[in-house]
Design a protein around this ligand. Structure first.
Ligand code: HEM
Ligand code: HEM
Length: 176
């Protein structure tokens, strides 16, 4: 086994899952908790962006973010079950991570805008916040489905790797 996910990436991931769940279930009537857990999610995203620039190898955006061409080719190879195994995030997972971070950022921003006094609030912000949270939930569900699919195709438990940080060592055909 090789260590892939550093402790901060793992702590980031599971605290983000908790803040996302708390923010979601408190959205109807638990305003203070909803807002604070939403801001906590925002702080986590800010941390992850910085960590993606200065963190260890597998945490870096330059290690896992690939061009649209490579990403599309990877998704195509997935449909034929011929996709390579990546030790870090695979190109499809990487695209999903960027989509999640961006959508989370917009969600927190539109939520924050809703705390402005009624007179200065943009009338469409409430709709925007509601709409973007639906997009976010759809992405999260697709993310979880992607994790299960990749785990199944490569016969490894990616969920557990995000807990203990280790993955099966790379073989010749894998991308390390
Ligand atoms: C219980 C549900 C979830 C499970 C089982 C899960 C599992 C995982 C796994 C296994 C990875 C690593 C993927 C890989 O090996 O390449 C990952 C990465 C990631 N997940 Fe999740 N996830 C869940 C929920 C969420 C939620 C709710 C969010 C955001 C709202 C999220 C955001 C992310 C992000 C941003 C990464 C990239 C990690 C990093 O490099 O920092 N996940 N997830
Ligand atoms: C992870 C981040 C967040 C998620 C997933 C989230 C999710 C949601 C959801 C699902 C709703 C219900 C929308 C509807 O019924 O149409 C909602 C409403 C609301 N959220 Fe958030 N939210 C987040 C962050 C924030 C933040 C940071 C704030 C403010 C500081 C905030 C303030 C509000 C307010 C005031 C409402 C009521 C809006 C209305 O009904 O007009 N949210 N949020």
């Amino acid at each position: 086994m090789t260590r892939v996910w550093d402790p901060l990436v793992r702590i980031f991931h599971w605290t983000l899952v908790i803040t996302f769940a708390v923010t979601w279930v408190t959205s109807e009537g638990w305003d203070a908790l909803h807002e604070w857990s939403g801001y906590a999610a925002g702080a986590l995203i800010a941390f992850r962006v910085i960590w993606g620039l200065i963190g260890p190898k597998y945490a870096r955006f330059t290690q896992f973010v690939k061009s649209p061409k490579t990403t599309v080719a990877y998704i195509r190879s997935m449909t034929e079950r011929k996709e390579q195994r990546y030790l870090g995030h695979n190109p499809a997972g990487a695209a999903m991570i960027i989509a999640l971070l961006l959508t989370l950022g917009v969600t927190v921003w539109t939520g924050w805008m809703l705390t402005a006094p009624a007179a200065t609030r943009l009338w469409w912000m409430s709709d925007a916040h509601g709409l973007i949270t639906s997009v976010l939930m759809a992405l999260v569900l697709a993310h979880i489905a992607g994790v299960f699919l990749a785990s199944y195709h490569h016969k490894e438990n990616l969920f557990r790797s995000m807990v203990h940080g280790k993955k099966r060592a790379a073989e010749d055909s894998d991308v390390a």
